[in-house]
Design a protein around this ligand. Structure first.
Ligand SMILES: [Zn+2]
Length: 240
């Protein structure tokens, strides 16, 4: 039981939001966990579903949860540590202290190494996750953001499997920044990065071939680095 207190005051929405935020910050709901449904929360808080919906939307805007669609959909708790580092990178980028060229260069050093470590660390318990990641790239996208999310999962999963949390933080933060630029510029993402492009890396990781995994990741990154660097110009024109 989550044991939220029923809300009595007229600051209903704020109270619900504060309690939910505290539940996430105190890790009563851990990163990756799904919040109870709108219906369950409205019963527990004894407020309308509209209030719950509004509170969840506010949590989403502040980066506390991410909304997933589909049968297993709902509000999932975000990993705030990753978000904080990602936001710091984003601030540096927006104030011109980091460029896409810098990020592309670091990705080209870090991610092949991450793929190498993932191949080294791979065990059968990772198989389902990687197969799912590969499959999910080919389903129909509900939005542009959904497409980017699906196409970055391979990068995130390898960073998770690599077993070094610092690498994982760096990779996820760089992906977040890249996604921000791509989303804002909203150029033709189909040309930038298509589904199935991680297959060679994933196969190399599964077969435990470290050198091939690193090589495949490097060649994958080289394919779209130049496009990303060019996108920065449009991004800065729109953002500033
Ligand atoms: Zn990719």
């Amino acid at each position: 039981m989550t044991q939220f207190k029923p809300v009595k005051t007229n600051r209903i929405f704020e109270d619900v939001l504060v309690q939910l935020k505290e539940a996430i910050l105190s890790e009563r709901f851990k990163p990756g966990e799904k919040l109870p449904s709108e219906r369950e929360l409205s019963l527990e808080f004894q407020v309308s579903r509209g209030v719950i919906r509004e509170a969840i939307r506010a949590l989403e805007l502040r980066g506390f949860v991410g909304i997933r669609q589909g049968p297993a959909g709902g509000a999932y708790v975000t990993d705030l540590t990753f978000n904080q580092v990602g936001n710091a990178f984003l601030d540096l980028f927006k104030t011109n202290k980091l460029s896409m060229k810098d990020i592309a260069q670091v990705r080209l050093h870090v991610e092949p190494e991450v793929a190498r470590l993932a191949a080294l660390n791979f065990n059968p318990s990772h198989m389902d996750m990687l197969m799912q990641v590969e499959q999910d790239e080919h389903v129909d996208y509900v939005s542009y953001a959904d497409r980017i999310d699906r196409l970055t999962r391979a990068h995130k999963s390898l960073a998770l499997i690599c077993g070094n949390q610092f690498f994982e933080v760096i990779v996820r933060s760089m992906l977040m920044l890249t996604a921000e630029v791509v989303l804002t510029v909203a150029s033709d993402h189909d040309l930038l990065h298509g589904p199935g492009e991680h297959q060679a890396v994933i196969q190399a990781v599964i077969s435990g071939d470290c050198d091939r995994a690193a090589r495949e990741m490097a060649s994958h990154l080289r394919q779209f680095s130049q496009n990303l660097i060019e996108m920065e110009i449009t991004y800065r024109q729109r953002y500033l």
